[in-house]
Design a protein around this ligand. Structure first.
Ligand SMILES: *[C@@H]1O[C@H](CO)[C@@H](O)[C@H](O)[C@H]1NC(C)=O
Ligand SMILES: *[C@@H]1O[C@H](CO)[C@@H](O)[C@H](O)[C@H]1NC(C)=O
Ligand SMILES: *[C@@H]1O[C@H](CO)[C@@H](O)[C@H](O)[C@H]1NC(C)=O
Ligand SMILES: *[C@@H]1O[C@H](CO)[C@@H](O)[C@H](O)[C@H]1NC(C)=O
Ligand SMILES: *[C@@H]1O[C@H](CO)[C@@H](O)[C@H](O)[C@H]1NC(C)=O
Ligand SMILES: *[C@@H]1O[C@H](CO)[C@@H](O)[C@H](O)[C@H]1NC(C)=O
Ligand SMILES: *[C@@H]1O[C@H](CO)[C@@H](O)[C@H](O)[C@H]1NC(C)=O
Ligand SMILES: *[C@@H]1O[C@H](CO)[C@@H](O)[C@H](O)[C@H]1NC(C)=O
Ligand SMILES: *[C@@H]1O[C@H](CO)[C@@H](O)[C@H](O)[C@H]1NC(C)=O
Ligand SMILES: *[C@@H]1O[C@H](CO)[C@@H](O)[C@H](O)[C@H]1NC(C)=O
Ligand SMILES: *[C@@H]1O[C@H](CO)[C@@H](O)[C@H](O)[C@H]1NC(C)=O
Length: 435
């Protein structure tokens, strides 16, 4: 008797959950969409998602390699649907969290007994701390690729509660971090599980602090005005798993949640830059290699690579007038001595050569050069010092107005190179709702 009662209760819960999901996910949708704004004072990329009951918009700093979503629960977290993850629950195992915590203050979101936890990380100040794992409602807009459509709601989205102090260094108004990393509880993982999308997502960051870029969860089309499907004509390269975690806190044997690619050489104006290629490989300690980062403003190169790139670039741009360097950059030029092209300042192309000579990521002037004043342009790469953890960290400035599509299941990255060639930009998604 008790058993059949249990089954009935379980089944009706399942039915309620299923119907609420289908009711709120329009059938034409093939993906979900979130806006991404570049913050003018920190240059962080900020997205806005709705959470809690009643739903409130929360601003989060985008962290491509972040393991999960975390938000400040110490201040202003009000929700009737907050539910802590109890020790030993399926939520704790999905999140790979074995611990069991207690909290000595009065109960509130982020402070409950008999709950499992994880370690929310702030990549800007490189700080991690413990926090309670929990579920709550999350809502965002769906899309068929053209405009945002109806709302898609996840009733029990898994996230971590962080403390207020962990917001230090984040843009004003931001209350947490949106992690897109290679875990089973990152935003792309939970959305694809919930809505049966392939575990594919794409980011398209706008260099403008006044026009929004866009992020898609699910497969294309991803239409940008004037009717350019940015998911077409991508170049593909394998995503590489770094076997050693790069997170602030990790367990032995845990791989990195960040996205690495296999750069095999660097060419400038098709001349090979002389670098120590051992640095381009990830060794058994997880050191070396190339990753993509949305929390580094500019590409960071290990010192010897940096020096070789700057030397080759300066030599190849000998006809431009070099001026004093402007920190943090080492090679700056009088912009009046540099022409302009559709893809930015007319400077030598920088190619990151990938799995073979015919596959490369070409960086044009719009992504290599930074305008530091009205008549000074600098090569937008910075020196990462000797013995950094990762030899090449491809930063925000180098991926703006490029579409990057991560197919986590197939472990491939599709990249567009500069969308300016296709006469569109990442700010050209039509955010006007079609419903
Ligand atoms: C957790 O349990 C301890 C011991 O029973 C109790 O003192 C404390 O108030 C509880 N904390 C919460 C958040 O319920
Ligand atoms: C998306 O839906 C709109 C409105 O229903 C329609 O006009 C458009 O063609 C659709 N786009 C795609 C790519 O299916
Ligand atoms: C989506 O949700 C917002 C509030 O979060 C609401 O204003 C809007 O009407 C909803 N749209 C649809 C199509 O349900
Ligand atoms: C969140 O971001 C949006 C879009 O950039 C902005 O309009 C809003 O003011 C921000 N909210 C807070 C609380 O800062
Ligand atoms: C994610 O889940 C799959 C299937 O359950 C499992 O094989 C994989 O190891 C998990 N990945 C991580 C990073 O925990
Ligand atoms: C999902 O992935 C599979 C395998 O890679 C592929 O065949 C299929 O076309 C993808 N689905 C969509 C909607 O693109
Ligand atoms: C190349 O880099 C590796 C890894 O840092 C180092 O062990 C090796 O000595 C370097 N080789 C040269 C020629 O500098
Ligand atoms: C750049 O060149 C122009 C024209 O030759 C000159 O007027 C200007 O002072 C130069 N700027 C710098 C920073 O050298
Ligand atoms: C200098 O050389 C670059 C690359 O070869 C070229 O694009 C640029 O137009 C030249 N600039 C001038 C002022 O001749
Ligand atoms: C280079 O790699 C691409 C994609 O992986 C492949 O299609 C092509 O055949 C390769 N070319 C050579 C010369 O190996
Ligand atoms: C954006 O989409 C809306 C709704 O479908 C449409 O009315 C509007 O014309 C579109 N804007 C542009 C510039 O195409």
């Amino acid at each position: 008797m008790a058993c059949s009662h249990y089954i009935i209760v379980f089944c009706s819960l399942l039915l309620i959950a299923t119907s609420s999901i289908t009711a709120q996910t329009p059938s034409a949708a093939n993906a979900l969409v979130l806006p991404v704004t570049k913050d003018a004072s920190t240059n962080q990329y900020i997205t806005t998602i709705k959470q809690r009951t009643p739903l409130v918009p929360i601003n989060l700093t985008l962290y491509l390699g972040g393991q999960f979503l975390w938000v400040d629960c110490e201040q202003g977290y009000v929700s009737s649907t907050y539910s802590p993850a109890l020790c030993g629950s399926p939520e704790c195992s999905l999140a790979n969290s074995d611990g069991c915590g207690t909290c000595n203050s009065p109960p509130r979101p982020g402070c409950n007994n008999n709950t499992c936890g994880l370690f929310p990380e702030n990549p800007i100040i490189r700080t991690s701390t413990g926090g309670e794992l929990a579920t709550d409602v999350v809502s965002l807009q769906s899309t068929n690729g053209t405009n945002p459509g109806g709302n898609a709601t996840v009733p029990d989205y898994l996230f971590v509660c962080g403390p207020t102090f962990l917001l230090e260094g984040l843009a004003s108004g931001v209350t947490g971090i949106a992690g897109l990393g290679r875990t089973n509880i990152s935003l792309p993982a939970q959305f694809s599980d919930q809505f049966n999308f392939n575990r594919t997502f794409a980011i398209c960051l706008s260099p403008s602090t006044s026009s929004r870029g866009v992020m898609f969860f699910g497969d294309g089309p991803y239409l940008l005005l004037p009717n350019v499907d940015a998911s077409m004509d991508l170049i593909y390269t394998p995503l590489i798993i770094n076997p050693v975690s790069t997170a602030g806190v990790s367990t032995a044997g845990e791989p990195s949640a960040e996205y690495f690619i296999g750069v095999s050489s660097i060419e400038i104006n098709e001349n090979v830059v002389p670098i120590n290629i051992t640095l381009l490989e990830i060794n058994s300690e997880g050191v070396g290699g190339t990753k993509i980062s949305t929390v580094d403003q500019y590409t960071v190169l290990e010192s010897s690579i940096y020096n070789a790139v700057v030397d080759t670039f300066v030599r190849e741009l000998a006809n431009a007038t070099r001026v004093g360097s402007v920190a943090p950059f080492g090679a700056c030029f009088n912009s009046t001595s540099i022409g302009s092209t559709r893809v930015g300042p007319g400077v030598p192309n920088i190619d990151l050569v990938l799995q073979n000579e015919t596959v490369y990521w070409r960086i044009f002037g719009a992504n290599s050069m930074v305008q530091v004043s009205s008549d000074v342009l600098c090569l937008g790469f910075v020196d990462g010092g000797v013995n950094p953890r990762t030899s090449i960290v491809i930063g925000g400035h180098q991926i703006e107005d490029n579409l990057l599509q991560f197919d986590v299941e197939a472990s491939t990255l599709g990249f567009s190179s500069s969308l300016l060639f296709r006469q569109t930009t990442c700010a050209n998604f039509n955010f006007t709702s079609s419903v």
